[in-house]
Design a protein around this ligand. Structure first.
Ligand code: MG
Length: 161
């Protein structure tokens, strides 16, 4: 089974007033956004970390340090595209990617189709290869108190044919 690799990613960002809420490359209407050096797209950060983990090349913070002004306000979809180009050049294709957004509010479900479309376009795969799910945490913990949003992702790579 030399031709497959798995990776996982996890990320958390806190809410901040006066910021846009960007999840999976989609702007979601809400009364607050997520704080961060880039656009703080917590879902794409988890997905990007899963991709990088699968090829053993560190994490998003190593590729795009939050101390570097170059990445201030960065579009995380572009960061994922940069990482994905590198992964493709190493001879890998996406077998599938699955992900979960943990948020009390807003409701993510109405935006999942748009998020999936963004991910499929980056990875150049069919919708069946990309999972995007959302859950609340039943009002428990920092997610439940609406202090922030968390996201988890797993990615399976296979040798490109
Ligand atoms: Mg992050």
């Amino acid at each position: 089974m030399a031709g497959i690799r798995i990776g996982q990613g996890f990320d958390v960002h806190r809410f901040a007033i006066g910021r846009k809420l960007i999840l999976g490359g989609v702007e979601i209407p809400h009364d607050r956004g997520l704080d961060g050096h880039s656009d703080a797209d917590v879902l794409l950060h988890a997905v990007t970390d899963a991709v990088l983990g699968a090829i053993g090349e560190g994490d998003i913070g190593r590729w795009f340090p939050d101390t570097d002004p170059q990445w201030k306000g960065a579009d995380s979809l572009e960061l994922l595209r940069t990482v994905w180009r590198h992964v493709r050049s190493q001879g890998w294709a996406l077998a599938n990617c699955d992900s979960i957004v943990l948020a009390e509010r807003p409701k993510i479900a109405p935006h999942i189709a748009a998020i999936k479309e963004r991910l499929c376009s980056v990875f150049e795969v069919e919708p069946a290869c990309v999972g995007v799910k959302a859950t609340t945490t039943e009002r428990l913990g920092f997610v439940g108190r609406e202090e922030g949003i968390a996201a988890m992702a797993v990615v399976l790579l296979e040798q490109a044919s």
